[in-house]
Ligand binder design. Sequence first.
Ligand SMILES: Cc1ncc(COP(=O)(O)O)c(C=O)c1O
Length: 297
Amino acid sequence: MPPWDDRAVPPSPALWLDGRLVAIADAHLSPLDHGLTVGDGVFETLKVLRGEPFALTRHLRRLRRSAAGLGLEVPRTDAELRAAVAELLAANGLAPTSPADDAPPPLGRLRITVTGGIGPPGSDRGDAPPTVLITAGPAAGPPPTVDVVTVPWRRNEHSAVAGLKTTSYAENVVALARAHDQGADEAIFANTAGELCEGTGSNVFVVHDGRILTPPLSSGCLAGITRELLIEAADVEERPLPLDALARADEAFLTSSTRDVVAIARVDGAPLPTAPGRRTTEAVHAFSELVGRTLDP
Ligand SMILES: Cc1ncc(COP(=O)(O)O)c(C=O)c1O
């Protein structure tokens, strides 16, 4: 089991559910919640660094964008969600205990989920308000490199939910299980046009002839916050790429909120020429400089 895997992290003692903090053991969610019955929901995963949720402004913006894409309204203001996050981090030991406290709080992982709320068992939505759920717990840091495999299943860039961070992640569950079965850490999808798209929980970048390239959002990939920040901080070209641009790359890397920028060592079992290569190392530095400057870029 990889050390950064969710299953390595003990459950956090409290969560925030529809307006209040509750112990996980006392939290009640309806079995008729549409998020559970049909995967009708959206979410955000953020890392918590030095006691602060990283890039919270961008994550809240994307949460609302994903919710709007499903026709859901997030029933809380940004200020309410920020206050909820701060309250939860403090309750779960992820915030500094006092301003004078020298020991930095541990690295954490925060998730904000909004679902369609209680609804009929089919695809129709009910009249109940959406459910808002926030969880947070400690996390391990990312690994130095990752191995990836390509999978035969396609991302549908024409889907009504393309580019939305919905809770319907069963395709990702199946693909990631395939990757783990093959001894790899992440699975990479092509889209229906056969172009390189993204991982189950990451965006993908390749280096060809010294240039850093990544698929455009029109490929159907998620507009990753780490991807977006890296494009702003480094020299990255967005362009459609064939799937095999990954296996042929001089170097390649993944980005995600929990992994930052991490070099790909092997693709489908074959090592890439360097991991991390020169351009990947530059990208790692550009991203960590940005994180050093501000926690809400
Ligand atoms: C499908 C998918 N693509 C890309 C990413 C990376 O996005 P971010 O950098 O915002 O974490 C994620 C994050 O979990 C994801 O689920």
